[in-house]
Design a protein around this ligand. Sequence first.
Ligand SMILES: [Zn+2]
Length: 243
Amino acid sequence: MPLYRDEGVVLRTAKLGEADRIVWLFTRRHGKVRAVAKGVRRARSRFGARLEPFMRADVLINTGRSLDVVSQAETIAAYADRIVADYASYTAASAIVETADRIVAAEREPAADQYRLLIAALAALSRGMHRGEAVGDSYVLRALALAGWSPRLASCVVCGRAGDRALPGAYFSVPAGGLMCAVDHTPESRLLQPGVLDQLRALVDGDWEVLDAGELDPQTRHIVEEWGAYYLERPIRSLRLLD
Ligand SMILES: [Zn+2]
């Protein structure tokens, strides 16, 4: 049986048989992998809590004919400890791993840039550096941007006129991919509330000075939720729980 070693974050788990679990890990070098953790649900499992969601671990995996098996796991960062103790952080982390799981659909396809973004977001949550919802929403927009779905926030998607002055009363259309001016806006687009465009730009850029200054506008949050649902072709359930 070939063995391989990698580090990864646990995205989700599912029960298997009496005492085992299937663990979906997003790894640095192998992309998303699925492996069985044997005996992990027993009280005295050798894995302890190392293979719970949001944990980052160094793993040794045996490649099996049908299912791979985790043979060793050592904690690199116990992000989960702090995250599960705070509701906003927990909800944001759930949206983050759900998004990562969806964006990297195929198994065994390396996505190192997505991995770096994922661990940065979970680390920020575990340190309580910023509001949980801002970390989560920023991650969703940035992960989708890395995957090629970047919202156009500098100019109208129809006429290309740039700058805030050229866009008095800017609109935003999720299906059209970004801003629309008052002349070109389509019926499904929505008029942006004051401050929302700045927040969307700050979420995409990771501009924490802006994001830490106040709570996210409900419209900002709805646009992020819609953007995720539209481009992932399914709602991000963990974001929906917030309503
Ligand atoms: Zn226009």
